[in-house]
Design a protein around this ligand. Structure first.
Ligand SMILES: Nc1nc2c(c(=O)[nH]1)N[C@H]1C(S)=C(S)[C@@H](COP(=O)(O)OP(=O)(O)OC[C@H]3O[C@@H](n4cnc5c(N)ncnc54)[C@H](O)[C@@H]3O)O[C@H]1N2
Ligand code: MOO
Length: 377
């Protein structure tokens, strides 16, 4: 019997749908408060002098450091001022000769090179002029952009880390398992993943396969913005999550995607709470947790959408008989993807040995094919 599902949502569309459904914070634009740099500055440690005097000796008047007021010196013919990187140029100087290109004798210096006007000088306003638009409103935040806001006197406070709840589901999850039971490995895995991705994590006890318990957890989520669950989203008698969400009036963003592992992946909004209902199989929970949580955190924090994909060649062929693209565990060896002999979406042993997940189109890929892959973090 074929299990092909033409209605499954392609991964990139699912990611886009999640991105569009989440609100980005208000992202202000930025204008330059003053010229950048605000005065001519030294870009090397050396002496500030008049270039037109060529290699002639100069008498050193003193030293300017980054932050020194340059007006205390005036560079007249036959003089120079020692200057450190970042210091404003003194009046009269138009070039810097670096320490390495100077002969020094007491307070006299002699350039060993022919200085030219503007040598090793960062010109006033060469990066921006006062009033220039530096970043339009809506530009996603990054550490570099936050630094630019700080430079212009508009320090943006760091946002508190988003709080992410993690709750596994399943009656089979117990701390001391008999042979028909298992330990909860998804909970600790997803907590670690959320922590790695920069969230503040609340790892909760596993929930039983009971609609009432799931409903209670969803209706009283506590102080979290995102809830990661694992399990209970497929076709089994105990797969209650989709029905519970429907009864609670949640907005289902998608349920079931064209990816192996990850077919029953579910995302829903319940008021302000984003629920990522990850499939229970550990590799599936990992892959989808990584893809969807990193995107959701970036969106809610006002960062650009992360692109986890890199490209490399497969060292060996990988078969994929299904109709879904496959993310296959690999080792990266000298820049090539060496497929591991994995046993599918329940095989945590192979996932833990992998450092890459390679994208294998439906139908499989031959050895030597270049394909996209993402790191296992
Ligand atoms: N008739 C069908 N059966 C299944 C389908 C389907 O389309 N039709 N899809 C399969 C796929 S694909 C996946 S993935 C799984 C996902 O099912 P659920 O998300 O409903 O997960 P569960 O059934 O609750 O559990 C699946 C598997 O994972 C183990 N598990 C669950 N939670 C944990 C945990 N916290 N730590 C470790 N392992 C966990 C669980 O014991 C099961 O073995 O469904 C397929 N079936
Ligand atoms: O999504 Mo499932 O993990 O393909 O077996």
């Amino acid at each position: 019997m074929s299990c092909d599902h033409p209605d499954l949502l392609p991964l990139d569309e699912a990611l886009q749908r999640l991105w569009n459904a989440l609100p980005a914070p208000d992202l202000p634009g930025l204008r330059a408060e003053r010229d950048d740099p605000a005065t001519d500055r030294a870009s090397m440690d050396g002496v500030a002098l008049k270039a037109s005097e060529g290699r002639a000796s100069r008498r050193v008047l003193g030293t300017l450091y980054a932050g020194s007021d340059p007006a205390v010196f005036a560079v007249a013919p036959g003089t120079a001022v020692r200057i450190m990187t970042g210091a404003a140029l003194p009046p009269g100087a138009d070039a810097i000769v670096p320490v390495e290109a100077l002969a020094t004798d007491g307070d006299t210096v002699r350039p060993q090179v022919d200085p030219k006007v503007g040598d090793h000088v960062r010109r006033q306003g060469e990066q921006a002029r006062a009033g220039d638009q530096l970043l339009p409103a809506g530009t996603p935040l990054s550490a570099a952009r936050l630094a630019l806001f700080a430079q212009e006197g508009q320090l943006l406070p760091l946002r508190p880390r988003l709080r992410v709840g993690v709750a596994s589901t399943g009656n089979e999850l117990v701390p001391h398992p008999a042979s028909h039971q298992i330990r909860d490995s998804n909970g600790p895995m997803l907590a670690a993943l959320a922590h790695t991705l920069g969230a503040d994590v609340d790892l909760r006890s596993a929930l039983p396969d009971e609609p009432a318990a799931l409903a209670a957890a969803l209706q009283n989520p506590g102080d979290i913005r995102i809830l990661l669950t694992s399990g209970g989203v497929s076709m089994g008698d105990h797969d209650h999550l989709p029905g519970v969400l429907k009864d609670l009036g949640a907005t289902i963003l998608f349920h079931k995607i064209r990816l192996k592992p990850g077919k029953p992946m579910l995302a829903a909004l319940l008021g302000d709470l984003l629920l990522l209902g990850l499939p229970g199989n550990p590799v599936s929970a990992y892959v989808n947790g990584l893809l969807f949580l990193s995107l959701a955190l970036a969106r809610l924090e006002g960062r650009a959408a992360p692109d986890p994909w890199r490209r490399a060649r497969l060292a060996a062929a990988v078969r994929n008989k299904g109709d879904r693209p496959l993310l296959h565990p690999c080792r990266l060896v000298e820049g090539r993807l060496e497929p591991l002999p994995g046993k599918g979406s329940a095989d945590l042993v192979t996932l833990a040995r992998a450092d890459a997940l390679a994208w294998i189109d439906a139908g499989g890929l031959e050895a030597g094919t270049k394909t996209r892959w993402m790191p296992v973090v």
